[in-house]
Design a binder for this molecule. Sequence first.
Ligand code: CA
Length: 230
Amino acid sequence: MTGKRILLVEDEAAIREMTAMALERAGYLVSEAEDAIQAERLLADGVPDLILLDWMLPGSSGIELARRLRREEYTREVPIIMLTARSEEDDRIRGLDSGADDYVSKPFSPRELIARIKAVIRRASPEQGEGLLEVEGLSLDSHSHRVSANGQRLEMGPTEFRLLQFFMAHPERVYSRSQLLDMVWSRGSFVEERTVDVHIRRLRKVLADEGYDRYIQTVRGAGYRFSSQV
Ligand code: CA
C-alpha cells in the first residue's frame, strides 16, 4: 500500500477502469474523472500526489488542462503524466511543453505505467524520499525525524514535524489553511481549519528557541508561508 493518491483523467471508460484497477492493485488511491470539468471539481476537494492525464479529452483537452494546472498556485507542483495514443515526436514535445512531467503512450502495460509513476513521484517529492532539508541553519532529516537549528536539536510533535517538512519543501509560497489540511494532515481525518493555527503556534514556539519562528509567516487573508526572508 503506497497510500499515494492519483487522479486519473480519461474519457474512455474501458481504459479508465482497467488503469484504475491496476493502480489500486498496486496500492494507489485512485479518483477518476472523465473530462477536465470533473477533474477540476475533484482537484478542488484536494490535491493528489500525481495526475494521469489523457491527451485527447472531449471539451477541454489534456494539454489545455495541464497548462491551467501549471498556472494555478494550488496545483502547480503536482506531477502530471500524459497518456497519449499518438506517437509523433511533435506531440510528445508539445506534451512536455504543456507542463507534463512525463508521457506514456497507449497501449501501455500496467507494469510500465506504475514504474513511470513511481519515478515521477520520487522526483517530485524529495521530502518523502532521501531528503535532508536545509534552510539557513535549520535542518530537517526525514529519515531520522530529527530537526536541528544551528546544531541544536529541536523537539516537536509529529504534526509539527510534518508541517515543518511540508513548509521547508515548499518555501516562499503561501498556503491557505485548507490547503495545509489537505497536504499535511491525513486525508479523511476530520479537522477544523483552526486546528492548523494551533499547530502553527506550537511549531513557532519550538522554532523560537533558535529564532526561526519568523520563518513561519502569517499572510493576512491568505494563510501561511515559509520564508527565510523577512
Ligand atoms: Ca481520450
